[in-house]
Design a protein around this ligand. Structure first.
Ligand code: DLL
Length: 439
């Protein structure tokens, strides 16, 4: 059955109602967090703010920010707000220096998250008659689990493919006549290319829409994907800390993503001063969860730079819209959909006896990210045989894979061959910028 919204009464509620809902939920969430999470209690006490000072969203600015470093410090249970016996799931992503971000969910949290993903799917035209092929990674990454749960809620036939094995993806897509494709935009582009190589035309598949996110992509890439697969391509945004995909999603207007404001309050701040900026201004996106039980977050700094707008949307949804992330205010890279911090690479080098003289080179070739790391050899290795050096590269590659979850190509280069900088070392050369990608 075709429907316009998954939860119409919520997705189209008036601005006054949104504010009322947020006011009420915020007061409760702050009290809950203060009473149940010692780490927060401490942060709030330090800032001299008590739950009774928060009467609604106009008081939000009084609360302290929470940063990724806090998650690292509190790892793994320090921000857990409920008894472990109430939790049913964890999901995880990489953290700044090796410690992963581990997010906990109660069944209620999973339910709300899946509702958000279902809203995104319905906005893209998904119904219970659709075949939804989910090729985001399953496992600790939130992409697979989130869209999978959303697809179940909509009642569509879910193909839990996970990522990779493109021949098999294509076989299922053709044989089972998939109509909705969920994956990263770069994988969607790759599937499009592979279909073409195999001699298929865009009209040969039954796909009608795709839900693509988890990494930056451009309008040009959207047009290419739409053309090569013969579909309409929708953006979806989210982060593990808040639940996963579905924090915000695109509607048919394709002019930004509606933030699910009944579950999250969005603010834009100046990343340097922390000052709250007005709608329409570019800055760092900060989120406050409103009804999470296991892993609630107040004023969490995403480090994603974007702009919020409340312009009326032709789809009828009233939720505020965010632009695509326009960059980051930290040094996190997203490579093949995986979050990578230079500090993690440095930690692996130091643990393996290398000096932190390295350069990371990222590019996108044929819609796939390439990831190379040049590392200066230890002087004692310099005289090694080519085979000895290759073995050491493999060893280091294995250690990187364990830390990052993806495989870089390691190139051991002679000592002192990486240019020294007098100022900030240039650790990352991200050539994807030439394609207009907001890295
Ligand atoms: O990437 C969740 C997700 C899965 C979103 C599937 C969409 C689809 P993390 O691995 O925690 O979670 O990475 C979160 O990815 O802070 C952004 O920098 C980036 N990101 C997510 N969606 C988009 C998007 C998932 N649509 C980080 N465009 C976020 C650009 C995105 N960047």
């Amino acid at each position: 059955m075709q429907r316009k919204y998954f939860q119409p009464e919520i997705e189209t509620m008036s601005a006054d109602w949104i504010k009322r809902v947020q006011d009420e939920k915020l007061v409760k969430q702050v009290r809950y967090v203060y009473d149940n999470v010692e780490y927060y209690r401490h942060l709030m006490d330090e800032k001299g703010v008590k739950p009774e000072d928060i009467h609604g969203i106009d008081d939000l600015h009084k609360l302290p920010f929470l940063k990724k470093d806090d998650l690292r410090e509190a790892y793994p249970y320090g921000l857990l707000a409920t008894d472990m016996k109430n939790c049913v799931r964890i999901q995880s992503t990489s953290g700044t220096t090796g410690k992963r971000v581990v997010a906990f969910y109660t069944q209620h949290d999973v339910d709300l998250w899946e509702d958000c993903c279902a809203r995104a799917l319905v906005a893209a035209g998904c119904t219970n008659e659709d075949v939804c092929q989910v090729c985001y990674g399953y496992g600790l990454f939130t992409g697979g689990a989130g869209l999978h749960g959303g697809s179940h809620k909509v009642g569509s036939l879910t193909l839990p493919m996970s990522s990779g094995n493109t021949d098999r993806q294509i076989q299922f897509m053709m044989d089972l006549e998939s109509t909705i494709l969920c994956c990263t935009p770069s994988y969607a582009a790759y599937i499009g290319e592979t279909l073409k190589e195999k001699g298929y035309k865009p009209e040969d598949n039954k796909l009608k829409a795709g839900i693509f996110g988890a990494e930056p992509w451009t309008e040009e890439m959207r047009r290419d994907i739409e053309k090569s697969l013969g579909i309409k391509a929708y953006d979806i945004y989210g982060l593990t800390e808040l639940s996963g995909p579905g924090v915000a999603f695109e509607c048919e207007e394709q002019t930004g993503m509606h933030i699910n404001e009944d579950h999250f309050i969005a603010e834009i701040i100046d990343p340097d001063t922390g000052e709250v900026l007005p709608l329409g201004t570019k800055g760092e996106l900060v989120f406050t969860s409103l009804d999470k039980e296991a892993f609630p977050l107040l004023r969490y700094r995403t480090r994603d730079i974007c702009v919020l707008s409340r312009e009326k949307c032709s789809c009828g949804r009233t939720f505020v819209k965010m632009t695509k992330p326009l960059g980051r205010s930290d040094d996190m890279m997203i490579i093949r959909g995986v979050n990578v911090f230079p500090s993690q690479i440095e930690a692996v080098l130091l643990n393996n006896g290398y000096a932190p003289n390295y350069q990371i080179i990222v590019d996108r070739v044929n819609n796939t990210d390439t990831f190379d790391i040049n590392v200066e050899m230890k002087s004692e290795d310099f005289s090694d045989t080519p085979k000895g050096i290759t073995n050491k590269e493999k060893e280091l590659q294995g250690a990187m894979k364990t830390m990052l979850g993806i495989n870089p190509k390691i190139h051991l280069v002679p000592p002192k061959s990486i240019e020294r900088s007098e100022g900030k070392a240039v650790r990352v050369i991200d050539k994807r910028k030439r394609l207009g990608i907001n890295v």
